[in-house]
Design a protein around this ligand. Structure first.
Ligand code: GLV
Ligand code: MN
Ligand code: MN
Ligand code: MN
Length: 403
């Protein structure tokens, strides 16, 4: 298939944005909602969509919608996100957005005109890397998070969501459930780079998603006594860093079967080399197949953290920051897509997606594109050009069947 726009042996869209948000310090890319990089990606998206004749609007929650024809009911919506984790890969999110725009271009080249309303969407803050709650744009749209809570969320610099939104033209007073917009979506399809190595093992380029593990984020605060690193005898300490270290080992030991539990972020307060911290906060990401398994995993971790803190004369407090129940994608849509693509496999995933949020409200499907090493949320995340092109063609086929 030669009709997909290429540049330097890559999808042209990915090539246009490859330098946006490159993170020299961490490696990879850092693109967080409404920072300079993500704002530049929004501008890129608007220009590229307008070149295809799409009309772009920003909804009340900062999500971008590019309509091919008039907005209306029972719309086919396809898209993903442009933000990344800190020091992430270039494909998680952007591959889905670029592929959606390329699919529109291909459909136009094939002379297809949609018979249903059609939009490409870019969801805001999918990774939750700036304000802490993943899939924030789609959660707000669907009303599954309280707008008051979201307005007050703070980033690492103390900027609130409300302030950041207002600075970028999104009126914070109006963020929240958007039932009319949600009711317009007839079907949602998200293409995404695979985030494991199942397709590499199966030796195939594409899959449809069957479901998403239950998962969530918890903040674990270990508190002790801040003190002088030189003047405080080891026996006199209540050091929350040591409590956190014990707690982190206990997180690994709490998993059973195919559970996943990760501490990916840690913060010491006040954070001086010669200061015993008064507080150490760790952030837990826990996932398992079923909701109850995940809740049980977090209960075991909570008990271990409490025990670890007590052993060091400290306290531990566990606070839930976000929760995503297990997702099963619409089986009829999934099977129809898989059959239309010549019988590609259906795979579960441990990664969260806006598609998972929408699946609770509208028929939703996902397409995965093979990632040879399976590495994701890291600079090495990759998909070969031939597989990316197959992804665009597959998305075009899917859309032809839906429009
Ligand atoms: C987002 O990609 C997540 O799964 O955490
Ligand atoms: Mn991600
Ligand atoms: Mn993603
Ligand atoms: Mn994700």
């Amino acid at each position: 298939m030669t009709d997909v726009a290429l540049a330097h042996g890559r999808l042209a869209g990915l090539d246009e944005i490859v330098d946006v948000g490159r993170d020299a310090g961490r490696g990879g890319w850092s693109r967080h909602v409404w920072d300079a990089a993500e704002t530049e990606l929004r501008t890129w998206f608007v220009e590229r969509a307008e070149r295809l004749g799409l009309d772009v609007e920003t909804d009340r929650n900062g999500n971008l919608w590019a309509w091919w024809g008039a907005p209306g009911p029972d719309a086919v919506v396809v898209g993903s996100h442009l933000d990344s984790v800190p020091g992430g890969g270039e494909m998680d999110g952007p591959l889905g957005v670029v592929s959606a725009l390329d699919a529109v271009a291909l459909l136009q080249a094939q002379g297809v005109r949609p018979t249903r309303p059609f939009a490409v969407v870019v969801f805001a803050e999918e990774e939750g890397s700036r304000f802490g709650i993943a899939c924030l744009g789609s959660r707000l749209l669907t009303g599954s998070v309280s707008p008051d809570r979201v307005r007050a969320l703070r980033d690492a610099d103390g900027v609130t969501f409300a302030e950041a939104a207002a600075a970028h033209g999104t009126d914070p007073r109006h963020v929240g459930a958007d039932p009319d917009r949600l009711a317009r979506i007839g079907v949602f399809v998200e293409l995404h780079v695979e985030q494991g190595r199942a397709l590499a093992d199966l030796d195939g380029p594409l899959a449809v998603a069957s479901g998403i593990l239950a998962h969530g984020r918890w903040r674990i605060d270990f508190t002790g006594q801040g003190n002088h690193a030189g003047a405080t005898r080891m026996t006199d300490r209540r050091d929350p860093m040591v409590a956190a270290a014990r707690g982190i080992l206990a997180v690994r030991d709490a998993v059973r079967g195919d559970d996943r539990a990760t501490i990916g972020r840690i913060e010491a307060v006040p954070g001086g080399t010669n200061v015993i911290p008064s507080r150490v906060t760790t952030w837990l990401d826990a996932r398992s197949d079923l909701d109850d398994d995940t809740r049980d995993l977090v209960a075991r971790i909570t008990a271990s953290a409490t025990e670890a803190a007590a052993a060091e004369g400290c306290d531990a407090r566990v606070t839930e920051e976000s929760w995503s129940g297990r997702v099963v994608f619409d089986p009829a849509l999934r099977d129809r897509l898989a059959a239309g693509l010549g019988g590609v496999p259906a795979l579960p995933t441990g990664a969260g997606h806006d598609a998972g949020v929408l699946a609770g409200h509208v028929p939703t499907a996902m397409l995965f594109v093979r990632n040879p090493s399976g590495v994701s949320h890291a600079p090495e995340e990759h998909a070969e050009l031939a597989d990316c092109v197959e992804g665009v063609v597959a998305l075009t086929t899917v859309l032809r069947g839906l429009l």
